[in-house]
Design a protein around this ligand. Structure first.
Ligand code: CO
Length: 294
């Protein structure tokens, strides 16, 4: 079976957004402004965000999407990761880029991009996922950087961003083989030599998803679940997207997480507070060779 055309379409939109983004990002921008611009661009090009656009400044590594009241601006000193995805009918493409205007981190970005490119160029079908991690970590150490060991790429499935298999950023033995019909994201995260090389969870939560559609016997909560389910199914969402229709989103979400109807994704930061770079592509095997969808 060939790749569904929706994967190709989601990938094409992602590619166009990334191209536009590189010229759009400027120091002095607010994180929220950048985030919302990416999400709007996705829609303008005919897609839907697969998850809230992530903006990770310096040590903020993953799962942070600005709240509407976030007034943080990034400067030319910063390393800024922009992680976004597009879905078309639930078929999704996930990508990330890092930008910096700080010369000190040019080589960190270069190494991370190289790790992604090399892992794509050397990937073979019927290879164990751990081999991709081996390539990534060997490039990182060649440049004198560290890999974030507890973050990994992942297979994607319809309406599921992180499906069953992990694509690690370090060598891990005995992981499953990637099958020829699987779509997966490779996403190396690198930090400086004095970094911890792993991420830790912070209290802050800005990204949520519905675990399953369930009645709670509370009208307000049920209305919220219906609204999220209609537009997102189990895909992650930002409270920002529902503020206009539900003023008290934060309270509703607190309740739903407590009832385990929703789950929250805590913000992940570098363990030693060092800057992290990330590049990501979604790929799939076609006729035996790896095709970059994004
Ligand atoms: Co990803």
């Amino acid at each position: 079976m060939g790749l569904q055309k929706e994967y190709i379409e989601a990938g094409r939109i992602t590619k166009d957004v990334r191209k536009w983004l590189i010229g759009f990002v400027k120091p002095g921008m607010k994180c929220i402004e950048l985030c919302e611009a990416v999400e709007s661009k996705i829609k303008e090009l005919g897609g839907v965000p697969a998850f809230p656009c992530g903006i990770g400044v310096n040590h903020v590594t993953a799962h942070y999407s600005p709240r509407s009241e976030d007034t943080t601006e990034f400067t030319e000193e910063d390393v800024v990761k922009i992680d976004f995805g597009v879905h078309v009918m639930g078929f999704l493409a996930d990508t990330a880029v890092t930008v910096t205007f700080n010369e000190r981190y040019y080589s960190l970005l270069e190494a991370t991009q190289k790790a992604l490119d090399e892992s794509i160029n050397t990937a073979r079908k019927d290879q164990r996922a751990g081999e991709i991690g081996r390539t990534i970590s060997s490039i990182a150490s060649k440049y004198g950087f560290k890999v974030i060991e507890n973050l990994s790429g992942h297979t994607v499935e319809r309406y599921t961003v992180h499906a069953g298999k992990s694509i690690p950023n370090v060598y891990v033995p005995n992981l499953p083989v990637i099958r020829k019909d699987e779509v997966f994201a490779i996403e190396p995260f690198l930090t400086t030599r004095d970094g911890a090389g792993y991420v830790v969870e912070q209290k802050e939560e800005t990204i949520f998803s519905i675990v399953g559609r369930r009645k709670t016997k509370q009208k307000r909560l049920d209305e919220f679940i219906d609204a999220v389910w209609d537009s997102r199914r189990t895909l992650p969402f930002s409270p920002r997207w529902f503020e206009r229709d539900f003023g008290d989103v934060e309270r509703i979400l607190k309740e739903l997480v407590r009832m385990r109807v929703a789950r929250a994704y805590p913000t992940l930061v570098e363990g030693a507070g060092k800057p992290v770079a990330q590049f990501e592509h979604t790929v799939a095997f076609q006729d035996g060779s790896l095709v970059v969808l994004t």
